[in-house]
Design a protein around this ligand. Sequence first.
Ligand code: SAM
Length: 207
Amino acid sequence: MHQRDYWESLYREEYDSFIKYNLYGEDWFEQYTDGGRKIVNFIDILRIEYTGSQCSFLDLGCGNGQFLFLLDPTKFTKILGVDYSSSAIELAKEMGEKKNSPIDWLQADVFALPPRVSNDEWNIIHDKGTLDAIELQGTKLVRDYLQVVVDLLAPKGYFIVTSCNKTLDELVSILDGKLSFYRNLTYPVFRFGGQEGTVLVTAAFVK
Ligand SMILES: C[S@@+](CC[C@H](N)C(=O)[O-])C[C@H]1O[C@@H](n2cnc3c(N)ncnc32)[C@H](O)[C@@H]1O
């Protein structure tokens, strides 16, 4: 199955469950992030350091949008969630209407963003699991994707990425020369075969 079809059918099932049973779908990695709140707090600190007040926020590969609903929209000039899965975006829109949320949603491929997104400069770009998903389709795509991120970021803007596939060192290495490592969130450490690791990495990079 092509990966895009996989996401489409996953979010179609979530959409049906939401319409029929009012069940909210899964926020990726929620079991490690206190339901996303750890990352929200991390973002809040960076936002205050960046502008002292408000900034724009773009989520690439937002999925069902659950994570974005955790943000306080009054703290951002705008929040936009982008995903290439139409069922994910339909679901996010449905939930957003129910919550009376001001968040914007757009169905688009990150490699073919319309001018309304690509002509803008974003203060914070967020990625939770999207880099991982793109990497499954090829390592060259990862380089292309990171260039998209760099081009979209405003000067001094943050790229905040959460990955289950990459270590912090690997993230720093693939972003070398493009963005500078700024800070990371810590998760419980495990040891195996004399090596230390964490189940997840969340790191902020600055342009
Ligand atoms: C692991 S899920 C994470 C979803 C969401 N960020 C979360 O944390 O729950 C990866 C998401 O990336 C999206 N995605 C993958 N490749 C994409 C692309 N080229 N353009 C837009 N979205 C993409 C998928 O549709 C999927 O929603």
